[in-house]
Every structure is written in structure tokens, then in C-alpha cells.
Design a protein around this ligand. Structure first.
Ligand code: ADQ
Length: 467
């Protein structure tokens, strides 16, 4: 078997335990294979960056590239996170497009391609990840790389009308056609891509799912990312007996725990969520001393203004709720701006009666899946889940809400807190069965098989009829 070469903005490490969604999933997926993983080191240099640093960790070889300050700003802060991220999450009003940013984004992708090429072997399989790296396939093509190259988009693919607000939408979509296979999180994202191709690019969809446009074609499928539910369940059970979990349980006495765990990001619906908590406490006074909401939200992308704004807004919201409903011996919301080891988080999930996962848009949302897998099967908690998280299609026995509807979230929270154990078990059982079948290994296999023409481009989910 050839090596698998992964390229993504940040490189995961088996030595750390608190990566973002992408790294978490990838580390779980590739524990059995020889992997080379190239990306940004996280270091910013004032002068031109030095040579690529290569670290070996068992079967994982990490290739780390520093970024010069101007490139970090133009490529990462500005184009990826202040243009692509908001547009792809339907927040077009937050996008700050500029030609210079787009040029830097392209240039940095060329640079990553140049760093990668000398390390490639003829039988390597390449898998490029996420919105930071869309033009990488085309850059590799220009450098005459002819290994199979797949691309997976971790975030939503927006509806054509939304994507068209981006001045360089055509060049961006055209760049996807340099890959052999493009993977999306859900059928809806795949459909949005096909709609774009048909309506904006004058292309068409072949009977086998191949997408044709710009005088070329690309295979595209939906491959919902997942977790290793057995591993999460074992870790959660173990974490439940640690001192940290015991201290959390003791601190609650007979109050029930409602948990939220999100990167501090405006897509995660945190302000609406806390409006719903406030609404519940306002209208149902019986909960005022009966629940504690624990919100864990490590700051993220703090150099981007919009992230500073959301943090200030949330600080104010939570301060107001605690001021309004707090007592000298009780605060309704505990708010923690830091990361935890995953195992610790799983222990917290297991100690919780309800999880609030209410993003306004989310590619998948692994926290929702991890919460379910962490539950005690005899006494499971309840998931309140946004219909706009990719995970809602699979976790359909969660309490599904519209995250913009504060009253509906408050009602769902009320219902979750009152739910009898039999119903909690039924809902949990259905979701756990789904996760066990469609786990992260199935995701990896479906994508890589499709990339190597061994499987269907329709991936891990059910085939959809050809149009
Ligand atoms: P994210 O937006 O980062 O991921 P998510 O899918 O929930 O969102 O993944 C977050 C991961 O980080 C989870 O594995 C979680 O356990 C971990 N995490 C969160 N808070 C943490 C904390 N305080 N301490 C430690 N770990 C924490 C992006 C997309 C998603 C998509 C994933 C994977 O935005 O839609 O599901 O990639 O494709």
C-alpha cells in the first residue's frame, strides 16, 4: 500500500490532545497507515520562512511550513477566515473581499505545492483538506504531479446564490475540477455544488454522478465525517471515574448539567443559545436553581475582528444571565474559555443531562457525535441539535431545532430536562447504532476507495438517483 499524503492548513499531532475538528477526525482515521502530513506549523516569521521541518511520530511524518507575516495575514486571516469562512457559512455580510487577499491565498497554495512535490513518491495517494487549500490541486497539476488527488471540504458548500456573492466564485469552483474526487459532508452540500455547476457554470451531471463543466469533469460525492464511537465510549466511561469528573458532579449536588462545547465562533449560534437559556429561566422559574449550564468555548482566530466581537457579545450575555438569575450560592451559567483534553470533555458529556449543539451553520459538528457516544447507555442524556448542523441528517432522533428560534430552543431544553429515561434510551440507541455503522473508519474507507475507483463516488451515505 502506498503512503497517504495529507495536506491541510494545520497538522495534527498524536502527541497533543486538543485539536480542532479536522485534526481530531484525521488522527482517529489514520492510526494504522503510513501517513505524511503537510501544513502550516502555526509559526509566523518576520522574514522569509525557513526550510520545511520534518518530524516523525511513529507512522506519522509531519512536514511543517512556517508562514511569513504578510502571507499569514493575506492567506489565513483575510482570505480563508474573513472571506471563505463567512461566505460558506451563509454570512455574506461579514465577508471582506479584496483582490490582494485572493492573490496571497493563491500564492501561499503554490508555495505549499512546491514544498510538497520533492517529498512525493510515485505511488502516494494525496488527500487535500478544507477551504484553505482549494487551489492546491491545480497548483500540483501545474507542477506535473499525476498521483491521485482527492479534496474534502469540512465546511458547508453554500447555495449558488450565496456563493455568487464572492467575486472570485468562478475561479474557486473551477479549481475544484483539478481534483480526481471532491468530497462534501452531506447530500445537501453535494447538491449545492451540483446546482452551482448547472446554474452558474452551464455544466451538467452525468449518470454516474460525475460533474461536467469548464471543458473538464470531476467526480463528487458526499462523505459525512464521523468519530470512533467505541473509542469515545470507552474513554468517556474511564473519564467518569477521574477526580476531575467527580469534582464536577459534586459541585452540582442535585442540579442537572446542561453542556455546550464549541470553538468561540459566530457560526456556532452561542448568542441565540444563551438567549434561549435566559428565556427558559424567565418563563420556567422552577429551573432557576435546578440546572447549571456549562459552556466551554476556547477562543479561536482571535486576530479576526469578528471573533473579538462575538467574544465580547457572549461575555455580556452570560454576565447578564448570571446577574439576573444568580444567587450568592448559585450561578446558572459556568463559562470557561479554554481547551480540555478530549477524554476530559467526554467525561463532562457523560455527566450532562442535556447538550446544546445549536450552530447557525456547521459542516458536520463532531461535538454532537461525541456527546452521544459518551453517554451512559442506561441513563443517557439528551441532544438538542440544530437542523443546520451536517450531523442532523444522521442524528435524527435528537431534539432538532431551528437555531434562530430562541423560543423553540427554550422549549426543547425544557422537554429534554423532563424526558423520561425510556425515551432517552430509545433516542440514544438509534443514534449510537447509526454512529457505529457510519464511523470515522467507514468515512476514510469510502473516500479513499472512491478516490482509487474502488468504490462509489456516492460515498458512505445512500446513493441518490442520477438526474
Ligand atoms: P469545528 O468547527 O472545529 O470543525 P467540530 O466538528 O465540533 O467543529 O469539531 C470540534 C472538535 O474539537 C471536536 O472533536 C471537539 O471535541 C474538539 N473541541 C471543541 N472544544 C474543545 C475544547 N474546549 N477542548 C478540547 N477540544 C475541543 C470543522 C467544521 C465542522 C466539522 C469538522 C470536522 O467546522 O463542521 O464537523 O471540521 O470535519
Amino acid at each position: 500500500m502506498g503512503r497517504l499524503v495529507i495536506v491541510s492548513n494545520r497538522v495534527g499531532s498524536s502527541l497533543k490532545g486538543n485539536e480542532g475538528g479536522l485534526a481530531t477526525a484525521m488522527l482517529a482515521a489514520f492510526d494504522q497507515q503510513e501517513v505524511v502530513w503537510l501544513g502550516w506549523s502555526g509559526e509566523i516569521t518576520d522574514g522569509p520562512p525557513g526550510p520545511t521541518r520534518v518530524h516523525r511520530e511513529g507512522r506519522l511524518t509531519r512536514m511543517l511550513v512556517d508562514l511569513e507575516r504578510a502571507d499569514y495575514e493575506g492567506y489565513y486571516l483575510e482570505f480563508a477566515n474573513s472571506v471563505l469562512w463567512p461566505v460558506f457559512h451563509y454570512r455574506v455580510n461579514l465577508a471582506e473581499y479584496g483582490r490582494e487577499r485572493w492573490a496571497t491565498y493563491g500564492r501561499v497554495n503554490e508555495m505549499f505545492a512546491e514544498r510538497l512535490v520533492p517529498a512525493l513518491a510515485p505511488d502516494d495517494i494525496l488527500w487535500v483538506h478544507d477551504y484553505h487549500m482549494i487551489p492546491l490541486g491545480a497548483a500540483l497539476q501545474r507542477l506535473r504531479v499525476d498521483n491521485p488527488i482527492g479534496f474534502f471540504l469540512h465546511i458547508p458548500f453554500p447555495a449558488p446564490e450565496v456563493l455568487a456573492t464572492l467575486p472570485v466564485h468562478e475561479a474557486l469552483v473551477r479549481a475544484l475540477f483539478a481534483y480526481d474526487l471532491v468530497g462534501f459532508q452531506t447530500e445537501k452540500d453535494l447538491q449545492a455544488f451540483r446546482d452551482y455547476v448547472e446554474r452558474e457554470a452551464g455544466g451538467w451531471i452525468g449518470g454516474d454522478g460525475t460533474v461536467h463543466a469548464y471543458g473538464t469533469s470531476v467526480r463528487a460525492g458526499s462523505f459525512p465525517i464521523s468519530i470512533d464511537p467505541r473509542l469515545v465510549a470507552d474513554r468517556a466511561a474511564r473519564a467518569a471515574s477521574t477526580r476531575r469528573a467527580a469534582r464536577l458532579r459534586e459541585s452540582l449536588s442535585d442540579q442537572r448539567l446542561v453542556i455546550g462545547v464549541d470553538r468561540l465562533d459566530y457560526t456556532k449560534g452561542l448568542v441565540h443559545r444563551f438567549d434561549a437559556v435566559e428565556r427558559l429561566l424567565e418563563t420556567n422559574p422552577q429551573y432557576r436553581r435546578a440546572i447549571v449550564v456549562l459552556q466551554i468555548a476556547p477562543p479561536s482566530r482571535e486576530d479576526v475582528l469578528e471573533y473579538q466581537r462575538i467574544r465580547a457579545e457572549l461575555d455580556a450575555r452570560i454576565g447578564r444571565i448570571n446577574g439576573r438569575f444568580g444567587e450568592p450560592d448559585h450561578l446558572p451559567v459556568r463559562y470557561v474559555n479554554r481547551s480540555f483534553r478530549q477524554e476530559t470533555l467526554f467525561g463532562f458529556y457523560r455527566a450532562s443531562r442535556v447538550a446544546l449543539v445549536t450552530p447557525l451553520r456547521d459542516g458536520m459538528n463532531l461535538v454532537a457525535k461525541e456527546f452521544i457516544a459518551s453517554q451512559d447507555p442506561d441513563n443517557p442524556g439528551v441532544l438538542v441539535l440544530s437542523r443546520f448542523a451536517g450531523a442532523a441528517r444522521e442524528l435524527d432522533t435528537a431534539l432538532i431545532v431551528n437555531p434562530f428560534d430562541v423560543d423553540q430552543i427554550a422549549d426543547a431544553l425544557d422537554r429534554a430536562l423532563a424526558m423520561p429515561v425510556e425515551e432517552r434510551r430509545d433516542r440514544y440507541g438509534a443514534m449510537m447504532a447509526q454512529l457505529e455503522e457510519h464511523n470515522v473508519h467507514a468515512w476514510r474507507d469510502a473516500f479513499l476507495d472512491a478516490l482509487q475507483h474502488k468504490g462509489s463516488v456516492f460515498g458512505a451515505s445512500a446513493p441518490i438517483a442520477a438526474e
